[in-house]
Design a protein around this ligand. Sequence first.
Ligand SMILES: [Zn+2]
Length: 97
Amino acid sequence: MYRCELSQSVPEFEGRKPHVVPAGTLAVKVTIRTRPTEYPSRPKANNLRIGRRMKQFDDPGGTGYEIAQEVLACRACAAEFAALRPSGPVSEPSVDA
Ligand SMILES: [Zn+2]
Protein backbone atom coordinates (compact mmCIF):
# COMPACT_ATOMS: atom_id res chain seq x y z
CA MET A 1 0.00 0.00 0.00
CA TYR A 2 1.38 3.37 -0.94
CA ARG A 3 0.28 6.81 -2.00
CA CYS A 4 0.64 7.60 -5.70
CA GLU A 5 2.72 10.82 -5.72
CA LEU A 6 2.44 11.70 -9.39
CA SER A 7 -0.75 13.77 -9.03
CA GLN A 8 0.83 15.99 -6.39
CA SER A 9 4.06 16.85 -8.17
CA VAL A 10 3.26 17.26 -11.88
CA PRO A 11 1.45 20.27 -13.44
CA GLU A 12 -0.26 18.04 -16.03
CA PHE A 13 -2.07 16.15 -13.25
CA GLU A 14 -3.07 19.25 -11.28
CA GLY A 15 -6.51 19.10 -9.68
CA ARG A 16 -6.40 15.36 -9.11
CA LYS A 17 -6.55 13.95 -5.65
CA PRO A 18 -3.64 11.80 -4.50
CA HIS A 19 -4.93 8.25 -4.27
CA VAL A 20 -3.83 5.34 -2.13
CA VAL A 21 -2.99 2.18 -4.07
CA PRO A 22 -4.08 -1.17 -2.59
CA ALA A 23 -1.50 -3.58 -1.22
CA GLY A 24 0.27 -5.84 -3.68
CA THR A 25 0.15 -3.36 -6.57
CA LEU A 26 3.44 -2.79 -8.34
CA ALA A 27 4.93 0.69 -8.07
CA VAL A 28 6.93 2.55 -10.70
CA LYS A 29 9.51 5.26 -10.14
CA VAL A 30 8.87 8.12 -12.55
CA THR A 31 11.59 10.65 -13.30
CA ILE A 32 10.11 14.13 -13.43
CA ARG A 33 13.16 16.36 -13.70
CA THR A 34 16.75 15.84 -14.76
CA ARG A 35 19.75 18.14 -14.73
CA PRO A 36 22.86 18.28 -16.89
CA THR A 37 26.01 17.32 -15.10
CA GLU A 38 29.73 16.99 -15.70
CA TYR A 39 32.00 14.33 -14.30
CA PRO A 40 35.68 15.26 -14.01
CA SER A 41 38.37 12.98 -15.37
CA ARG A 42 40.05 10.75 -12.81
CA PRO A 43 43.65 9.82 -13.52
CA LYS A 44 44.64 6.19 -12.76
CA ALA A 45 41.10 5.24 -11.64
CA ASN A 46 40.88 1.80 -13.28
CA ASN A 47 43.17 -1.15 -12.55
CA LEU A 48 43.51 -3.89 -15.15
CA ARG A 49 45.70 -6.97 -15.09
CA ILE A 50 47.66 -7.46 -18.28
CA GLY A 51 49.59 -10.73 -18.07
CA ARG A 52 51.20 -10.73 -14.65
CA ARG A 53 51.28 -7.00 -14.21
CA MET A 54 48.64 -4.57 -13.01
CA LYS A 55 48.21 -1.53 -15.22
CA GLN A 56 46.41 1.67 -14.35
CA PHE A 57 44.18 3.54 -16.79
CA ASP A 58 42.56 6.97 -16.64
CA ASP A 59 38.81 7.51 -16.48
CA PRO A 60 38.06 10.18 -19.10
CA GLY A 61 35.01 11.62 -17.29
CA GLY A 62 32.31 13.26 -19.39
CA THR A 63 28.90 14.90 -19.42
CA GLY A 64 25.36 13.58 -19.11
CA TYR A 65 22.09 13.93 -17.25
CA GLU A 66 21.30 12.91 -13.70
CA ILE A 67 17.94 12.55 -11.98
CA ALA A 68 16.85 15.68 -10.12
CA GLN A 69 13.37 14.54 -8.99
CA GLU A 70 11.75 11.12 -8.95
CA VAL A 71 8.34 10.12 -7.54
CA LEU A 72 6.58 6.87 -6.71
CA ALA A 73 3.52 6.18 -8.88
CA CYS A 74 1.11 3.41 -9.79
CA ARG A 75 1.41 1.84 -13.24
CA ALA A 76 -1.80 3.43 -14.58
CA CYS A 77 -0.68 6.97 -13.72
CA ALA A 78 2.84 6.31 -14.99
CA ALA A 79 1.54 5.12 -18.37
CA GLU A 80 -0.79 8.12 -18.61
CA PHE A 81 2.06 10.48 -17.74
CA ALA A 82 4.34 8.90 -20.37
CA ALA A 83 1.63 9.45 -23.00
CA LEU A 84 1.17 13.09 -21.95
CA ARG A 85 4.88 13.85 -21.97
CA PRO A 86 6.52 11.76 -24.71
CA SER A 87 9.73 13.83 -24.70
CA GLY A 88 10.65 12.46 -21.27
CA PRO A 89 11.57 14.38 -18.13
CA VAL A 90 12.00 18.14 -18.20
CA SER A 91 15.60 19.22 -17.87
CA GLU A 92 16.36 22.11 -15.58
CA PRO A 93 19.34 24.40 -16.18
CA SER A 94 22.62 23.45 -14.59
CA VAL A 95 23.13 24.48 -10.96
CA ASP A 96 26.45 26.21 -11.48
CA ALA A 97 25.53 27.85 -14.81
ZN1 LIG B 1 -1.75 6.66 -9.52
